[in-house]
Write a protein that binds this ligand. Sequence first.
Ligand code: PMV
Length: 390
Amino acid sequence: MKIVTCVAPVNIAVIKYWGKRDDKLILPLNDSVSTTLSTEHLCAKTTIMISSEFQSDRLWLNGREENCENPRIQNCLREVRKRAAKSGNNENMSAWNVHICSENNFPTAAGLASSAAGYACLVYALSRIYEIDGDISAIARQGSGSACRSVLGGFVQWNKGDQDDGSDSLATQLAPANHWPEMRILILVVHEKHKKISSKIGMEQSVKTSELLKYRVSHCVPQRIQDIKQAILNKDFERFAEITMKDSNQFHAVCLDTFPPAVYMNDVSHAIVNFVHCYNKLKGHNALAYTFDAGPNACLYMKEHDVPKVLGLLSVIFPFPGEEDSYIKGIPINKDTIPQEMQAAFGMEQQMEGSLKYIIHTRLGNGPKELKSQNEHLLTESGVPKNLVV
Ligand code: PMV
């Protein structure tokens, strides 16, 4: 018997992946670039136990048993086992089954992308159990495309690759998290009423129907990738912010150009876009940037010294009902009190109370890691979850 527990981070794309050239191997049409967030505030945690006693592979997600036959889970298991067999490690374990138990440290109901952290954590924990070395991004990619970027910390590029077998479609680190320590992130969790279209379905429809997606892939993304890499290496926030916002806008334009359209942003998301542009106008330069994935929540980037003012203005424009402490989670911070004149000069109407559920204040972070303490395991010694939801 062997047991390991690992945590893996969430990543947020600043140049978006949208559209596959191979649905089965999950190969993208374009390169993408992301930032990895700290596991302190957002992460997936996974315990894997392998034993000759287990009758079958089993999986529990957030306390509930799930079907382990899910093709994406099976892809990851098969690829790791193949790699382990090649390396000749732990041959006695090759016929053993695994029990997998995974939890997020943030509410799944918040609608935050959790699959990237989840698959990265699964693959990383499997790689520790089977003791395989080398790149694991190509395996994580086959769970969920964006998961390949969560196996590394800091700023990460997923190279689309050109080979048909996907062997060169890998993630690489552009810079570690400590390259830009002043960078801060606010996740604005927006109240959601509608059930969203999954990214898998949305992408398939866009590839089939959007003319704009073709133009984006051939004419826009290659230059943006070069430019944002330069901005990151030079720690040029202005440039980073501009490219990030433009790429988010273009990605959602592609979604609207899809037929039928895939609508992910809502009125609150658009009010956040307006907020960011008002803030930048007030400052006279791009001090704040937004990006939106396949949902209404916003991810805002800024430098550390801007956080108190941004939070002060957010709480004026998007008033919170009830106790403030429960609305701003993550790194503790005192927000600025906003004087009347600044509020008037800001140029934006106050939004309906409660249009934001809460805010997570976080920073950049490292890739997945193993937690060595026995207390961290999510499975008991007999291989069942400690926290079962009944
Ligand atoms: O990997 P998926 O299928 O969850 O797709 C992620 C797509 C976006 O989040 C919208 C963009 C990205 O690059 O993460």
